[in-house]
Design a protein around this ligand. Structure first.
Ligand SMILES: CCCCCCC/C=C/C(=O)SCCNC(=O)CCNC(=O)[C@H](O)C(C)(C)COP(=O)(O)OP(=O)(O)OC[C@H]1O[C@@H](n2cnc3c(N)ncnc32)[C@H](O)[C@@H]1OP(=O)(O)O
Ligand SMILES: NC(=O)C1=CN([C@@H]2O[C@H](COP(=O)(O)OP(=O)(O)OC[C@H]3O[C@@H](n4cnc5c(N)ncnc54)[C@H](OP(=O)(O)O)[C@@H]3O)[C@@H](O)[C@H]2O)C=CC1
Length: 256
C-alpha cells in the first residue's frame, strides 16, 4: 500500500499513545506524514514516548483520563487551539484485569466498564461535537478485543468491548451522511507492554490457541488501523476487523 500522501498533514489523536499498540499506531501515522497528539494518564510515560517519536514527525502529548469528561473537553480545546481541526481519532486507551465474574467487586466491574465503554463514548462524542460534525468529515477507529466467543475470565471487558462494537455500528449509521466513518479493530493476543500485566504461563497457554502459531505484533494492529483510516477503506464503515491470527475461529481460546 502506498500511504504516504494519504495522511500528509492530517491531524490524528491516539488515546493511550504512550505505550504498546497506541505507540505503534502513533509512529505509523507520523511515518506517513500525519501530525499526532498522544494522550494517557501517566505524564512520564508520555514524555518518554515523545522522545522516541519526535524524529518521525510532529508529535505532542496531553494528559487525559478518558473517564473524565472535563479532561476530554480540555483535550479537544487544545487540539482546536493548536490545529483548528481533527481528522482522525483512534480510541486505543483501555484495559482491564483478569478475574472470574464471581470474584469481581462492584468497583472492579465499574472501573473496567468506565475505562473501556464509557471512556470511549465520552471521547467519541466530544470529538464529534467539537470537530467531526461541524467539519462534515472525520474518521474514527476503536480498538476493542477478541470478543467473538465472549470473554470468559474477563467478562467485564467482554461486555464493555461488545458495547463499543455495537456503538461502532450505531454511529456509523447516525453519522454516515455527515461524512464520518467509524470502524473497530479487534486485536487477538498482541506482544505488547499491556501483556506484561498477565501471568506468563497464562499468555503461553493462550498463545498455543493461535492458528498461525505466533503472537501478533503492535505493528500488525497499527497496519489495520492505518488501512481503516485511509482512502483504501473509504467504502468501509461500521465494521470490526479482527487482527488475531485466526484465533477467534479455532478451538478453546480461554481455559477455565
Ligand atoms: C483471561 C486472560 C486473557 C489474557 C489475554 C489478554 C488480552 C488483552 C490484553 C490487554 O488488554 S493488554 C492492556 C493492558 N493494559 C491495561 O489494562 C491498562 C489499563 N488498566 C487499568 O488501568 C486498570 O486495570 C483498571 C482497573 C481498568 C483501572 O485502574 P484504576 O486505577 O482506575 O482502578 P483501581 O482504583 O486500581 O481499581 C478499581 C477497582 O478494580 C479492582 N482491581 C483493579 N485491578 C485488579 C486486579 N488485578 N484484580 C482484581 N481487582 C482489581 C480494584 O481492587 C478496585 O476495586 P475495589 O478494591 O475498590 O473493590
Ligand atoms: N495487548 C493485547 O494483547 C491486547 C490489547 N488490547 C487493547 O489494546 C489497547 C492497547 O493495549 P496495549 O498497548 O497492549 O496495553 P498498554 O497497557 O500498553 O496500553 C494501554 C494504554 O491505554 C492508556 N490508558 C488506559 N486507561 C486509560 C484511561 N483511563 N485514560 C487514559 N489512558 C488510559 C495507558 O496509558 P496510561 O497508563 O498513561 O494511562 C496505556 O498507554 C487497550 O485498549 C487494550 O486493552 C486488546 C486486545 C489484546
Amino acid at each position: 500500500m502506498i500511504l504516504q500522501d494519504s495522511f500528509q498533514d492530517q491531524i490524528v489523536l491516539v488515546t493511550g499513545g504512550g505505550s504498546g499498540i497506541g505507540f505503534s499506531i502513533a509512529k505509523q501515522f507520523l511515518t506517513n506524514g500525519a501530525k499526532v497528539v498522544i494522550t494517557g494518564r501517566n505524564e512520564e510515560k508520555l514524555q518518554k514516548a515523545i522522545e522516541k517519536l519526535q524524529d518521525a514527525g510532529e508529535v505532542t502529548y496531553q494528559i487525559c483520563d478518558i473517564r473524565e469528561q472535563e479532561q476530554i473537553q480540555q483535550l479537544a480545546d487544545y487540539i482546536k487551539e493548536k490545529y483548528g481541526r481533527l481528522d482522525i481519532l483512534v480510541n486505543n486507551a483501555g484495559g482491564q484485569f483478569p478475574s472470574l465474574a464471581k470474584d469481581l467487586s462492584f468497583n472492579g466491574w465499574t472501573s473496567v466498564i468506565n475505562n473501556n465503554l464509557n471512556g470511549t463514548f465520552y471521547m467519541t462524542q466530544t470529538m464529534a461535537n467539537t470537530f467531526f460534525l461541524e467539519q462534515k468529515k472525520g474518521n474514527i477507529v476503536n480498538i476493542i478485543a477478541n470478543i467473538f466467543k465472549g470473554f470468559p475470565g474477563m467478562s467485564h471487558t467482554g461486555a464493555a468491548r461488545a458495547g463499543v462494537d455495537n456503538l461502532t455500528k450505531s454511529l456509523a449509521i447516525e453519522w454516515a451522511r455527515q461524512g464520518i466513518k467509524i470502524n473497530a479493530v479487534a486485536p487477538g493476543i498482541i506482544q505488547s507492554t499491556g501483556l506484561e500485566r498477565y501471568p506468563k504461563e497464562l499468555v503461553e497457554g493462550i498463545a498455543k490457541t493461535v492458528p498461525v502459531n505466533e503472537l501478533g505484533s503492535t505493528d500488525d494492529v497499527a497496519h489495520a488501523v492505518l488501512f481503516l483510516a485511509s482512502p483504501y477503506a473509504k467504502f468501509i464503515t461500521g465494521e470490526t476487523l479482527y487482527v488475531d491470527g485466526g484465533q477467534r475461529l479455532w478451538g478453546d481460546v480461554f481455559t477455565l
